[in-house]
Design a protein around this ligand. Structure first.
Ligand code: FES
Length: 115
């Protein structure tokens, strides 16, 4: 495996008038830069990668971050959540339970899209 941890941060940008919204317009870029800052601060460049991602198909409940190889999905992420995610899911292998997407997250997304 090339990276110990691979973080995908959606920075997709749609037209501001789009009803779906887009992570790049609600904090995705700042979230990515905060992960990059923490990676550098911890000397993990080349071992952990914070990748700009296109749409991860959870736009309405974004910004969305996914951490592999654990496959932890976080939606509605705020910049102030990044340190918590980094400490638990990047430096360690633990989910941040109160931020982790679960069945209720996917149901919420389904309901939004069914309206
Ligand atoms: S725009 Fe980020 S998940 Fe679609």
């Amino acid at each position: 495996m090339k990276y110990r941890k691979h973080i995908f941060i959606c920075v997709n940008e749609r037209d501001p008038a789009s009803p779906r919204g887009s992570c790049g317009r609600c904090g995705g870029w700042d979230i990515r830069m905060e992960f990059v800052r923490l990676i550098n601060k911890h000397g993990l460049k080349g071992k952990v990668r914070a990748n700009k991602a296109g749409c991860l198909d959870t736009c309405e409940i974004g910004p969305t971050v996914v951490v592999y190889p654990n496959g932890y999905w976080y939606t509605g992420v705020k910049r102030e959540d990044v340190l918590n995610i980094f400490q638990h899911s990047v430096l360690n292998d633990d989910p941040v339970d109160n931020l982790l997407a679960d069945k209720s997250t996917w149901k919420k997304l389904y309901n939004i899209r069914s309206e």
